[in-house]
Design a protein around this ligand. Structure first.
Ligand code: NAD
Ligand code: WQD
Length: 340
């Protein structure tokens, strides 16, 4: 029986993708070393989909990973396995290059050895770097430029995939550039678990809302935007997961080499707008302080998602209110994340 392998599938985006695939009757194999996730997620995925998942606790950089290819017939590999914290990547560049690139290379080598030639890669809007405001919304053919080691791993990852596509006519890949994923599964069973003080805005906001953190720091209100705070293209994680389903369906249908797609809503919201939307959803006032800009932040980032609509027949359907509602639902029902 053939199946879809999700490397890093126990994580935030991978777990939501697993559910959407299982609900569409795909067989799913998850490989994860739980370096940034929790074993309890597997049971929750199975509960939501009423279906079993084949699971291996493995590091995708290691030779042990080969067993997954030996034991299964795999149609498509989706690679979520990576470290993702920009700030940590600046402090520990080697560990980011090592994990994100060695796992990618090992996965691609095993795919070649076992003649698996369909690959979905988690890339990021970070590859657009500091897009000039008059160039927004960002399109897939824009020049790329990373501004930190994490972004470099995505940029180099994209290059590796393109080079393999150029060398091997049988290799097909869809590279998905996510904008800012937030939200959670509507059931409240799946969401984003963060360890320590969150770097990203939504998990920080939800921790302020449950009283774990005293207030939100808003990084700068002097950007050249309507209210002075930074603008981002937030996308609901379930919409993102469905984007993966569409990418997999395309790979199973056509052989089109390597293709790149933005996954975003195309609409930008400022930090202040997000805080207001979250207050509406949680019926709570969120205390905040305006502080200095954060190093490396851009004023605005939002996608042109029209290529994904045209080619993948995908577009985001959930708006900012649903994103805030579901993030809050997850956090309030799981104050300790997946930890019992
Ligand atoms: P996540 O940390 O929740 O998920 C990644 C999963 O991979 C985790 O379960 C982790 O344990 C696992 N993992 C990491 N290294 C591994 C290894 N060597 N072997 C086996 N498992 C390993 O992150 P996420 O938010 O779900 O992101 C998934 C992918 O999407 C990542 O590649 C990330 O860089 C990319 N991405 C994320 C965002 C975001 O804001 N969440 C935005 C753009 C791109
Ligand atoms: C969003 C907005 C901040 C925290 C990062 C990565 C990117 C991608 C997604 C992986 C900005 C402001 C934030 C806070 C704030 N990840 N903010 N107070 O920086 O757009 O993107 O995550 O690929 O690569 O760079 O996301 O959620 O950190 O910030 O005011 O405590 O919220 O300045 O305007 P970012 P973010």
């Amino acid at each position: 029986m053939s199946s879809i392998l999700l490397a890093g599938g126990a994580g935030y985006i991978g777990s939501h993708t697993a559910v959407e695939l299982l609900l569409r009757d795909k067989d799913v194999i998850i490989v994860d070393n739980f370096s940034n996730s929790n074993p309890n997620v597997i049971e929750r995925i199975e509960r939501l989909a009423s279906k079993r998942v084949k699971f291996y606790e493995l590091d995708t950089r290691t030779s042990e990973f080969e067993i997954v290819f030996k034991e299964n017939e795999i149609d498509v590999v989706v690679d979520f396995a990576a470290y993702k914290a920009v700030g940590d990547s600046v402090k520990e560049p080697l560990s980011y290059y090592e994990n994100n690139l060695c796992s990618l290379i090992n996965t691609l080598k095993l795919m070649k050895k076992y003649n698996v030639n369909k690959f979905v890669f988690s890339s990021s809007a970070t590859v657009y770097g500091d897009v000039k405001v008059d160039m927004l919304p960002a399109r897939e053919d824009y020049p790329r430029c990373a501004t930190n080691p994490y972004g470099n791993t995505k940029l180099i990852g994209e290059e590796i995939i393109s080079d393999i596509g150029n060398a091997d006519d049988n290799f097909n890949s869809i590279v998905l550039r996510y904008f800012n994923p937030i939200g959670a599964h509507q059931s409240g069973l799946l969401g984003e678990q963060t360890n320590g003080v969150p770097a990203n805005i939504m998990p920080y906001l939800t921790k302020v809302a449950i009283g774990e953190l005293p207030f939100l720091n808003i990084f700068g209100d002097d950007y050249d935007t309507e209210d002075g705070t930074g603008i981002r293209d937030y996308i609901h994680v379930v919409d993102l997961a469905i984007g993966h389903v569409k990418a997999i369906e395309r790979l199973l249908k056509v052989n089109n080499g390597v293709e790149f797609f933005n996954l975003g809503t195309g609409k930008g919201y400022s930090v202040m707008e997000l805080v207001r939307a979250f207050s509406r959803a949680s019926q709570m006032e969120i205390p905040y302080k305006i502080v200095e800009r954060r190093d490396g932040d851009v004023a605005m980032s939002y996608a042109d998602p029209s290529k994904a609509k045209e080619v993948l027949n995908w577009e985001a359907s959930l708006g900012i209110d649903e994103m805030c509602r579901d993030s809050w639902n997850w956090q309030s029902k799981n104050p300790n994340g997946y930890d019992d």
